[in-house]
Write a protein that binds this ligand. Sequence first.
Ligand code: PLP
Length: 389
Amino acid sequence: MLSAGLNIVGFSWITSPAATELEMIVLDWLAKMLKLPEDFLSAGQGGGVIQGTASEAVLVVLLAARDKVLRRVGKDALEKLVVYASDQMHSSLQKACQIAGIHPENCRLLKATSSTNYALSPEFLSETISQDLTIGLIPFFLCATVGTTSSTAVDPLLSLGKIAKSNGMWFHVDAAYAGSACVCPEFRHYMDGVEEADSFNMNAHKWFLTNFDCSALWVKDRSALVQALSTNPEYLKNKASQANMVVDYKDWQVPLGRRFRSLKLWMVLRLYGLENLQCYIRNHIKLAKHFENLIAQDPRFEVVTPRIFSLVCFRLLPVRNDESHGNKLNHQLLDAVNSTGSAFISHTVLSGKYILRFAVGAPLTEEKHVNAAWKVLQDKATSLLAESL
Ligand code: PLP
């Protein structure tokens, strides 16, 4: 309410010094909570910025990386530039490529399978990069995910980052959902290897009690962003900007105008504090674990991928091993549960299997709600199985 009510329109630093300065401060705080390498802090060449969404975050770093490589190899090489990620990467990368003029056939979404729990295989990445190099293409951008949208898979950042570095590529880490969990020491290892990254993103508006929109992006080299995105029209010229004494976030993002979003994050960090935020995350993960245990006790169901955070991927096992009927059955179960209005589950498809997803993420969710949702699922499954006999 404060952020909306104050109605700050922070074009550049001079139009609201407080909005810019607070953003730098809170993103340094959050970077320290996540134990991001010091290169990402505002004191050096890097720093954090609040974007509206993870989609905007990946777009701006893709633009920075594209222009950086084109300065090196010449701007006519645009059609040779290649982007890499797993096929579990969020569709925002594909959209960013469309906007950035990367040829659709040069956006390599490498197949991730159950053998790696849907994480990107470094060997597969290396092979693909080598093949592209032999035909004269230019690998320039790698995107890894900590907590994929479908199943919360975690890509192995350290080995992927080393491959990116040895090929002179920009390495972006999308931790839109799972980044929040990494403020807990016991989950921080999921982002080990982030020291190899050029940029890191997490959505405070997903699982960190901050109102939409608030997507935190850190870069190690802010000048790459500024070179790709800055403009300097007469009507925005001012002493502070021209003397290079301040940060003008307009040059780190697509729009010119910006809200006082840091106030929202400042309020969350001050109001809850690190310990309460950690408890909040741990409680959701505990509830998801509880749901996972409930599933394990019912032989009609299976947990499909190992639960890592607060998302459980599961399904009703197909009757007589008939997979296509199994897919139909799970689709029907999703519709049946959601039509009750008392629980809402979503789905994905992994290796051709239709999978149900139970996510704990609301501040008021308690064990009794998880138990009640499970009861609805079991009851609906009983009816569907009776019908399909
Ligand atoms: N990346 C991941 C891993 C996501 O799960 C999502 C959203 O579900 C996004 C990116 C896109 O988020 P946004 O809506 O902030 O663009």
